[in-house]
Design a protein around this ligand. Sequence first.
Ligand code: UDP
Ligand code: MG
Length: 317
Amino acid sequence: MKPKYSVIVPVFNEMECLEPLYSRMTAVMDQTGENWELILVNDGSTDGSPEKMDELARLDNRIRVIHFARNFGHQIAVTAGMDHALGDAVIIIDADLQDPPEVITELIQKWKEGYEVVYAVRENREGETWFKTKTAAMFYRLIYKITDVKIPIDTGDFRLIDRKVLSVMNTMREKHRFLRGMSAWIGYKQIGVPYNRASRYAGSTKYPLKKMVRLAWNAITGFSYVPLQIAMYLGFIVAGLSILLIPVVILIRLTTGRELMGQTTTLISTLFLGGVQLICLGILGEYLGRIYDEVKNRPLYVIREISKTIFDEEEKA
Ligand code: UDP
Ligand code: MG
């Protein structure tokens, strides 16, 4: 027997959220009248979350707990969940109850209508800082503009993915992952469902600015060459400007008899050019580093321990 639905939850220090998440999830998923499994991925938590997860798994044998050897990051944790999911459809949801489990009913509804990816679109965000909402809004619009695949605006990882799309996604082993982009890249019939993003049930965000920037940068470099093109445009602009300057200097010399002199001019132009070159080198370096990571081809994550579920046991029998 296989479960119909696999719910994947990445967990990084979410001790207080786990129990309410489990009870709300059970209420919603049991209503479907189908078999379902819950995959909890412990992304190297350092609070009481791992024990809590094991405890839940003992109580309910539809729960699989995957313990990572350390913190590998949210996108990787979800990837591990997708690798181990057995369902015909997988649902990705955050542990902090910002994505209400009740919305899953609507996602499943759309899936039954024949859509292969159903993503939840954030209409409203509660309890998040002005800075986070604004930067997120800017980020989604920027990504939409500059990437080649159309990644839906205001959409997180909260979504339902059909097995067909999942099988393709599981073959995409890129090291710097932006799952929303990857699922958009695959295609198939996709649709959005609007929802109100609640505030965190407990705890504080596990996405500090540093991780947000890293995710944004993965999205940009993973799905577009625009930064590299910017380097080229900068080159054209600087070269164009200096060519334009030549007749200007000659004109000044002929009409006023004065020369453009002084260390300042030289210094500024040298520093400007040096700066532009370093920026371009840095951009190149970012892509190079990513190529290096791909070539090393390390596994995406390391699992310390993984639990069995009812679906494994029956498999053997
Ligand atoms: N998370 C994770 N590993 C990390 C950071 C976050 O597994 O390194 C999980 C976290 O436990 C939560 C989800 O990813 O279930 C989203 O994180 P969070 O709610 O902190 O992000 P935000 O909603 O503030 O963007
Ligand atoms: Mg959250």
